[in-house]
Design a protein around this ligand. Sequence first.
Ligand SMILES: [Zn+2]
Length: 91
Amino acid sequence: MKRLMNIIMLSCRKATELIEKQLYFGLSPLEKAKLRMHMLMCDYCTRYKKQSLFLHELLSGHDHDHSTLDISGVEENAPLKDKIIKQIDKF
Ligand SMILES: [Zn+2]
């Protein structure tokens, strides 16, 4: 059982890697399942994913109209991302 948990459970570092990978390349069904399991239990990675999604959408969208790109939100959120990454490093 313990070994099974090790296979299923991701470290926060691995989970954030998968979050980034999911945004750009997509994940295998197994990776998706692992990530979902981790997110159920981990606040930091849930927040990290929200931040990543927000930044990803901000960077990938509105290409045609830069006047609507509001970067004030990014600057506001950057310290939070740093904080999350620092928390993740503690694990
Ligand atoms: Zn985590």
